[in-house]
Design a protein around this ligand. Structure first.
Ligand SMILES: Nc1ncnc2c1ncn2[C@@H]1O[C@H](COP(=O)(O)OP(=O)(O)OP(=O)(O)O)[C@@H](O)[C@H]1O
Length: 230
């Protein structure tokens, strides 16, 4: 099928609009993301960051807009697009009863990603989670849970990451690690759209910012793009 093996990859959203709770929440949202770029989604509580991410993941209905993957117009739920994305929401989506490792194995199994013990160990080491990974998920702290969810994203082998406040509950070391993870993903030709309140500083990665609030938050070094939230 067309678009499956395009390189470099790109994502384009044009004229996106959606309704939530019976009112137009977002309209005229345009964005374009190329391989190696990260887009930070900013905006006040309720501005629509999660809504936009969930819409891009295919979880919420669209009122308007076109999605293109590698220059080809696609449906958001089409396999040609979905096979490339990894979504991390506010909830980590892990079983409390399973250990971290068991959760990762289960998730990778679902994604049909081969379990590579050395790679898993390296990712857990990178996130300072190696020694915690055999604990039941339900016994981990919130920040540890978030780190494990980030590990799952890293191991997913997907090029487009949709991350909803991945920095929530992370300590400052965790924030630094997350920035490193995003930079490495971008260096490898990946893309990420990241909702964040605190902002994430990516020193060596082309960073775009879409602010869904009426009042913009300028981020030094980042390129603002346009969108309208109602
Ligand atoms: N399940 C839902 N059903 C109906 N409306 C919802 C639902 N979840 C959120 N909304 C509404 O959609 C709007 C946008 O919410 P959304 O979660 O996308 O904002 P956000 O920018 O991610 O906010 P936050 O920074 O608080 O996470 C809000 O006005 C909210 O009330």
């Amino acid at each position: 099928m067309a678009c499956e093996d395009c390189a470099p990859q790109s994502l384009q959203l044009s004229g996106f609009g959606c309704i939530r709770s019976g009112r137009v929440l977002l309209r005229h949202i345009d964005l374009r993301l190329s391989a190696g770029q990260v887009l930070l989604l900013r905006g006040s509580n309720g501005a629509g960051k999660s809504t936009l991410l969930r819409s891009l993941a295919g979880f919420l209905p669209w009122r308007a807009g076109q999605l293109s993957w590698c220059g080809c117009e696609v449906q958001v739920r089409s396999a040609v697009y979905q096979q490339h994305l990894s979504y991390l929401g506010h909830q980590c989506g892990m079983s409390d009863a399973l250990t971290g490792l068991e959760n990762l194995r289960f998730a990778l199994n679902l994604l049909n990603v081969t379990w590579q013990p050395h790679k898993v160990a390296a990712v857990l080491e990178q996130l300072s989670m190696y020694e915690w990974a055999d604990q039941p998920f339900g016994r981990l702290s919130q920040g540890q849970r978030r780190r494990l969810a980030i590990a799952r994203t890293m191991l997913s082998e997907k090029s487009l990451w949709l991350l909803d406040e991945p920095d929530s509950a992370l300590d400052s070391h965790g924030e630094t690690l997350l920035a490193q993870v995003l930079e490495a993903h971008a260096r490898a030709g990946g893309m990420a759209i990241v909702a964040t309140h605190r902002g994430i500083t990516l020193a060596s990665t082309p960073t775009l910012v879409l602010d869904l609030s009426a009042a913009a938050f300028p981020i030094p070094g980042a390129t603002p793009i346009q969108g309208i939230a109602c």
